[in-house]
Design a protein around this ligand. Structure first.
Ligand code: R5P
Length: 324
């Protein structure tokens, strides 16, 4: 069996270290820095010839720097004769530009997939893509993980009663995800009718399904960027009489006015994962936030890919408990 090696870019080194701790491996030695003009320099400081190499780098803000750094790392490994290079991208940026919804716009998610493949990635391991079909944008195998179970375990540990719960989809794109959480956590389903008012603004006006009045509402999304969508949905659900509103998202991008938006929103708690690092300043500014680790999930997936074992077997959930 070819030796497994894991290296990390600078976007989320703590996550890479945690993955290595789970696998009882040393994090690979790599030197990354910037030239005075901002260009990225990379040197792999150990032998990778003939090895099964995993490069961890979420393409989170600064998005373009994170992406280029990933490409430079892939190129370094290919030129150093690694046998196989897997790009481990816990958060895949540019995912929301996944179709031509008007004339003369790019499909940047496809472009980024092309660049990563052309740089030499033999496989991709990623998590909660904004749209599952982005897997098809890559011409190499993609293993797609879901953090849903990690989020469910958090809510199950809170001991919430299904008879009091309503799972609220914050927009129509998240309905399938919400249905999955209803199956595991129980409760009723409601959907927020979100419409795009402009490129930067969304409006939430109606709630379909429910009830939400007097209920403990859980809202799941793939990502929180400026928090405009989730806070708009929370406001609507609060006005409709929700008793508590708990929000969960895999990727806490939390850029721009996100923290101010969250501070002003009627959100009881927010849970995200460590797919993207949360700065201590943001954590202090919004103390109702909790970060769950996806390191065990990624570590297990890396182990299985290395040993040519199934990834889908990791996602067979126990039967739903829907006793009301
Ligand atoms: C939308 O389709 C996504 O699932 C997220 O709800 C959205 O992209 C989050 O962006 P923001 O936090 O800026 O509203």
């Amino acid at each position: 069996m070819r030796e497994l090696k894991i290296f990390s870019g600078r976007a989320n080194r703590p996550l890479a270290q945690d993955i290595c701790d789970f696998l009882n491996l040393n994090l690979g030695r790599i030197y990354l820095s910037n030239f005075p003009d901002g260009e990225i320099y990379c040197k792999i400081n150990e032998d990778v010839r003939g090895r099964d190499v995993y490069l961890l780098q979420p393409t989170c803000p600064p998005v373009n720097d994170s992406l280029i750094e990933l490409l430079v790392m892939i190129d370094s490994c290919k030129r150093a004769s690694a046998a196989r290079v897997t790009a481990v991208i816990p958060y895949f940026g540019y995912a929301r530009q996944d179709r031509k919804d008007e004339g003369r716009v790019p499909i940047t998610a496809k472009l980024v997939a092309n660049i990563i493949t052309r740089a030499g990635a033999d496989r991709v391991l990623t998590m909660d893509l904004h749209a599952a079909q982005i897997q098809g944008f890559f011409d190499v195998p993609v293993d797609h993980l879901y953090a849903g179970r990690v989020l469910n375990e958090h809510f199950l540990a809170m001991g919430l009663k299904p008879s009091e719960l309503t799972i609220v989809s914050p927009d129509e794109g998240s309905i399938k995800r919400a249905v999955g959480h209803v199956k595991r956590l129980g409760g009723k389903l409601a959907i927020v009718d979100k419409r795009r008012a402009s490129a930067l603004e969304t409006k939430q006006e109606n709630i379909i399904g429910g009830p939400v009045d007097g209920r403990i509402c859980l809202m799941f999304d793939d990502m929180i960027s400026t928090a405009g969508s989730i806070c708009g949905a929370a406001k609507l659900v609060h006005e409709a009489g929700a008793k508590e509103i708990h929000v969960a998202a895999t990727h806490g991008v939390l850029c721009g006015p996100a923290i101010e938006n969250l501070q002003q929103a009627p959100i009881t708690s927010l849970v995200i994962t460590d797919s993207i690092p949360l700065s201590p300043e943001k954590a202090a500014a919004f103390p109702r936030i909790k970060v769950l680790s996806v390191a065990p999930l990624l570590a297990e997936a890396i182990k299985r890919i290395h040993h040519d074992q199934s990834i889908s077997d990791m996602f067979s959930e126990p039967p739903p408990d829907v006793t009301e």
